[in-house]
Design a binder for this molecule. Structure first.
Ligand code: PLP
Length: 444
C-alpha cells in the first residue's frame, strides 16, 4: 500500500524503484526498464556509479555542511578550478546552488544587480516562447510555456518573450530555412526597441531547446546574430544549459556547437548526474567583478555545499575519464538514426530531431499538414505508458505546437548507453507507438 502521507507528483500510483545500473532501472518487483530519458534528462554518467557515492560519503563523513558565507573548502575550489576551463565564459566564476530553478533565479538577480552596479536600472528580462526555465516564480516568469504559466500570470512580471527557433514549425515560414535566423534577431531587436533598450537586463534562452519544444536545434547563424543584438544593447546573454550542459548534446555545453560565449550560464541536471541536487549559476569574470563592486547580496542555506562540490567534481572526473561527451555525440547519432529507421513506417511521427543524446520525436495527427492531435486524445500520455510497457522510459512533453496542443517524446538516456540499449530504445518507442496509435489513425 502506498503511503497516504506523500504529496505525490501526478495522479497515478507509481511503481517503487529498487535500484539502477548504467542505463537500466529495476523496480521492487524485479521489472527492468531502460531509462531512456535519464529521469528528466538528468543522469549523464549512469546509475549506480559507486565511486561517486563513495566520494560523497567520504566528504559527508569529514564535514557535511558549513555555511557558504562562513567557510570555503578545498573541494569547492578544486571543483571550480577543474570546471573553469570547460565553461564557455571568459574567466568564469561558479555559484553552486541546489538545482536548475535556483540557478535561474540566481542568474536573473545577477543580471539586474550587474546593471544596477553600473548605475542602470534595467527591470525587464526577455525569454522565448515555448521555453522552460523552471517552476519558481522568476524562472516561470521568463519561461514561455503557457500551460505552466497560466494559473500564476498575475505573479509573473518583469518579462517579455520573443520568437524561438523551431525548425519543424518555423515562426517565419516565408524566410525559412536560410533567412529565419536573421528574422529571429530582428524580432529580438524589435522587442528590445519596443521595451526601450535601457530597460532590458538580459536575454535568457536554452542554446538547444529542451523540454518545452523538444530538442530544437537552431540554425547555425542564429546564436551569432542574437549575441550581436544583445551586445549592441548591453543586454546580458544568459545561456540556460540546465538540460544541455555537461555533455548532453555531444559537446560540453549546448552553446559550444555555435561558438556561444554567454555572460551568465546556468546548469543543473547533468552537473551532478542526480547524485546530488546541484545547480550552478556561472558569471563571466567581468560580470562577477562588477557584482562584487556593487555589493551583490544573495545566497541560499545550501549554496556552495561541500558535499555538492565533492559530488560535482567526482561526476566531472567520470565524464572526462570515460570520454562521455564524445560518447554522447557518437551514441546520439546512433540513436537518431535508429529512431528514424524504426519510426519510418509510423505515420504519426512528424519529426525526429536533436543533437547528441538529446533527441525528440514529435507526433502529429496529420504529417502532411503537421496538424497536432487534440489534447483531449492524450496521445503523449498514452504512448508514454505503452513505451513503459515495452520497458522503455521516455520523458513527455505537451504544448509544443501552439501552447496547448503538440505531443513530444523526449529521449536523453545516460551517456553510457550501449549500442544494444540504443537499438532497444528505438525499437521499444516504435512498438509503444504502434500499440497506442491503432486507435488514432496510425499507419505502420
Ligand atoms: N532550465 C531548463 C532548461 C530545464 O530543462 C529545467 C528543468 O527541466 C530547469 C531550468 C529547472 O530545473 P529544476 O527542475 O532543477 O529546478
Amino acid at each position: 500500500m502506498a503511503s497516504a502521507h506523500v504529496f505525490s507528483r501526478g495522479g497515478a500510483e507509481r511503481v517503487r524503484v529498487d535500484h539502477g545500473r548504467g542505463a537500466e532501472l529495476v523496480d521492487v518487483e524485479g521489472r527492468r526498464y531502460l531509462d531512456a530519458a535519464g529521469g528528466a534528462v538528468v543522469v549523464g554518467i549512469g546509475h549506480g556509479v559507486t565511486e561517486v557515492v563513495e566520494v560523497a560519503a567520504a566528504q559527508a563523513s569529514r564535514v557535511a555542511y558549513v555555511h557558504g558565507s562562513a567557510f570555503s573548502s578545498e573541494v569547492l575550489e578544486e571543483y571550480a578550478d577543474a570546471l573553469g576551463p570547460l565553461l564557455p565564459l571568459e574567466n568564469p566564476r561558479i555559484y553552486p546552488v541546489s538545482g536548475g530553478s535556483e540557478a535561474v533565479e540566481s542568474a536573473l538577480k545577477m543580471a539586474r544587480a550587474y546593471h544596477l552596479a553600473r548605475g542602470e536600472d534595467r527591470d525587464v528580462v526577455i525569454g522565448r516562447h515555448g521555453s522552460y526555465h523552471g517552476n519558481t516564480r522568476g524562472a516561470l516568469s521568463v519561461s514561455g510555456r503557457q500551460g505552466l504559466r497560466q494559473p500564476y500570470l498575475p505573479w509573473l512580471t518583469g518579462v517579455a518573450h520573443t520568437s524561438t527557433p523551431y525548425e519543424y514549425r518555423c515562426p517565419f515560414p516565408e524566410a525559412h530555412p536560410d533567412g529565419c535566423a536573421r528574422r529571429h534577431a530582428e524580432a529580438l531587436e524589435a522587442e528590445i526597441q519596443g521595451l526601450g533598450p535601457a530597460r532590458v537586463a538580459a536575454f535568457v534562452a536554452e542554446p538547444i531547446s529542451g523540454a518545452g519544444l523538444g530538442a530544437c536545434v537552431p540554425p547555425d547563424d542564429y546564436w551569432p546574430a542574437i549575441a550581436e543584438v544583445c551586445a549592441r544593447h548591453g543586454v546580458l546573454v544568459v545561456a540556460d544549459e540546465v538540460m544541455t550542459g555537461f555533455g548532453r548534446t555531444g559537446a560540453w555545453f549546448g552553446g559550444d556547437h555555435f561558438g556561444l560565449r554567454p555572460d551568465l550560464l546556468v546548469a543543473g541536471k547533468g552537473t551532478a548526474s542526480g547524485y546530488w541536487p546541484l545547480g550552478l549559476a556561472v558569471a563571466s569574470g567581468a560580470v562577477h567583478d562588477t557584482l562584487r563592486e556593487g555589493g551583490f547580496v544573495h545566497g541560499f542555506t545550501y549554496s556552495h555545499h561541500v558535499v555538492g562540490a565533492a559530488t560535482g567534481l567526482a561526476v566531472l572526473r567520470v565524464l572526462q575519464r570515460e570520454g562521455l561527451v564524445e560518447a554522447s555525440a557518437r551514441q546520439g547519432e546512433r540513436l537518431h538514426a535508429a529512431l528514424r529507421r524504426e519510426l519510418a513506417d509510423v505515420r504519426v511521427v512528424g519529426d525526429v530531431r536533436g543533437r547528441g543524446l538529446l533527441q525528440a520525436v514529435e507526433l502529429v495527427a496529420d504529417p502532411a499538414t503537421r496538424e497536432p492531435f487534440e489534447r483531449s486524445e492524450r496521445v503523449t500520455e498514452r504512448v508514454l505508458e505503452a513505451c513503459r510497457e515495452q520497458g522503455v522510459l521516455v520523458y513527455p512533453g505537451t504544448g509544443c505546437a501552439d501552447g496547448r496542443r503538440g505531443d513530444l517524446l523526449l529521449l536523453g538516456p545516460p551517456l553510457v548507453v550501449t549500442d544494444d540499449e540504443v537499438d532497444r530504445i528505438a525499437a521499444g518507442v516504435a512498438q509503444g507507438l504502434r500499440d497506442v496509435l491503432g486507435g488514432v489513425g496510425a499507419g505502420g
